[in-house]
Design a protein around this ligand. Sequence first.
Ligand SMILES: *Cc1c(COP(=O)(O)O)cnc(C)c1O
Length: 395
Amino acid sequence: MSVRPIYLDCQATTPMDERVLAVMLPYFTEHFGNPSSISHIYGWEAEAAVKQARTSLADAIHATPEEIIFTSGATEANNLAIKGVAEAYFSKGCHIITVQTEHSAVLDPCRYLKTLGFEVTFLPVQRDGLLDLTQLEKALRPDTILVSVMAANNEIGVLQPLADIGALCHQHQVLFHTDAAQAIGKIPLDVQEMNIDLMSLTAHKIYGPKGIGALYVRRRNPRVKIAPQIQGGGQERGIRSGTLYTPQIVGFAKAVELALEERDSESQRLLELRERLWQAIAPLGGIHLNGHSTKRLSGNLNISVEGVDGSALLLGLQPVAAVSSGAACSSATIAPSHVLLALGHSESLAYASIRFGIGRFNTAAQIDRVAEHALSTIRSLRQSQTSCSQTSQIQ
Ligand SMILES: *Cc1c(COP(=O)(O)O)cnc(C)c1O
């Protein structure tokens, strides 16, 4: 009999909430119309559903409905924000600032812009994963057009000081973009109070469907210009063409509504589960918490384990816990995470790391089971690695 491991990888994706699925279903079959069809009720129904979802999403971040541009997810939203601003503002300047610990969906568009002649500063972070604001201020130049700093890190859960960054950018009249894929529904996000000009969102990290997200684009104080990256039928005010995916949009809004309704109690519950896991594992010794201890997502625990091989650790945990490691497989090679390296870890410590992403459907009993298994796995790996001399270390 095969028992599937306990899912603890909620920074990668989350299972969809049944309540989200329920509101989506009629829009696949009964209300299947194209929201752009203006001549019949099929179109009107779909358009009304999209309008309601757009308003609800805008409310969630204190924006207006016209400022929400639907995309296929946060990857597309990040690409649209960064390339779209670069293209619209290059006559003003060609300098962009971002951070070394960003998601590849921010880093790669920035690297691409470098090949087109833009200059990009990739700021380092402190050992706790937080950006040093004095470093940011020093990096700002008269030709800086955009600062892109994520809200919550997908590997180590660290929450960047958005309001302070926004205030600084506002003061220097530089646009501020934030990738909030991990933050929406989990921490308060207010584009007015935090001076955020562009914000990337996605549904599937908060129990919504995959393949839908949005970019918030500020319309006043200042009015942000953005060059479309996908052209066609002129949907989303010409900024992002393509037939709107009504079921996904309806599900996205429902997922955000549920997350906000339950945010305070859920974040407390996740915090307790995370503490339970940490308190069970930490006494082993040689366990490092990656990222700031309190300024982080409540469901995220990322640890590095001394004296074990990273792949052996992951392999050992696999039967019981579905987690991710600090090693990213890109094509054929396994490399230690760029985020953990940016914290100043050695390659082997970055490599021997585990990300636990605790979520809505995890229970205390599951956490205890995983903790118990992690303890025995680490103990036995350490024993076997001290008995056979450390020749198996990766070079
Ligand atoms: C998941 C994630 C993305 C990518 O989002 P998709 O909707 O899957 O494209 C981007 N940034 C961060 C921080 C993420 O966690």
